[in-house]
Design a protein around this ligand. Sequence first.
Ligand code: C2O
Ligand code: CU
Ligand code: CU
Length: 419
Amino acid sequence: VTNDTTYCTIRAQQGTVQYFPDTPATNTWGYNGNILGPTIPFQVGVHYKITLVNDLPEPTTWHWHGLNISGPIADGGPFAAVLPGEQSTIEFTLNQPAATAWLHPHPCPQTARQVWQGLAAEVIIQDTVEAQIDLPRAYGTNDIPLVLQDRSFHNGQLDYDADYDVDGTTGNYALVNGTLNATYTVTQPVMRFRILNGANRREFRLNFSDGLPFYQIASDGGLLPQTVGFTRLMLTCAERAEILVDFRGYQPGDQVQLRTDDSTLITFNIGRMPASDYVIPDKLAPVEHLDDSSNHVDHRTVMSGMDAEVRLDDKLFDMTRIDYRLPINTTQCWEIENTNDMTGGMVHPYHMHGCEFQVVSRNGNAPFANEHGWKDTVAVNPGEVVKIKFRVRQSGLYMYHCHILEHEDTGMMAQYESF
Ligand code: C2O
Ligand code: CU
Ligand code: CU
């Protein structure tokens, strides 16, 4: 019926999942399913028209985390609430590099509870630049999503109120793609994993049980200029990392675990793999350089406090207040400060809607090796000032906030308007 518009429907709905054989199924929420949702693929340059249906008993929104689309309605922040039983339609065309992004609810102040209940889905943006680089990209075969989360259960039930922590809710069990005790049978010599930290508060310190090195090829906003090798990688809330894992050193029957610190996230069972002489590329995609000739800082944002005392620029979020105005297509340089004490303070993952940014420095020092690409969420450690630069390309009203979801719900969030 259509030539250049693609239509789809995303329904936020109630479901159930049974996590333990001896306890009843728990109520869950999901997108077009019981929990989480199918990965949503978008092509750069295609026009999408998306119908958002709310079959939940309360208002929700569909926020496209990492997609630079006109705000505030299509972006899906707190202004875009759809009431129970109602629907809305949004449209957009993407103009940004190939990347792994995600979809999650963003109603204020119910984001954390709705994500805990199961609302989140990975989004893959594809473009012609990424398509020309020799990388695994057969979705479901050698290119798979890994959504990392943590939950607790009470007689098999999710119970957000019982587990609620104002400083960020954590659980005792790891869930990968909504699954407890996840396993995966490896039948491809080199796999690409699109890892999303979809947890409310927890940081993941990824490592393999035998110290196997892995190779990060992309951060939040797309391919890095160069592959970066790790044996241990920290991902804070909402950050994404695409990694390549070379399983050619194993024999069928071997097992290796992907862990966070020393708890297992997922067990890989090595199956039969075809022979392969694939070489992991060193060079990936050039990252556009944003000019920053004037060393001038346009704005300094301060994340302070813990517990109910968290504040952004000493304030709590107010939907009726615009905290900053900036011109589109102009490079902005911001400093993001975490005033928490270096000993014992919290990491605040700083996130911006409407743009991807580049990390310029951390406390004046060079950013980490995997921070040379585009990002939309960055860990700001206690006592740290992270300098970023970015350019917003479309006008709108957008949030910036701490991505510990309970901090965001408390009000550690502000908004800018681009014009
Ligand atoms: Cu991932 Cu304002 O959100
Ligand atoms: Cu976002
Ligand atoms: Cu925070």
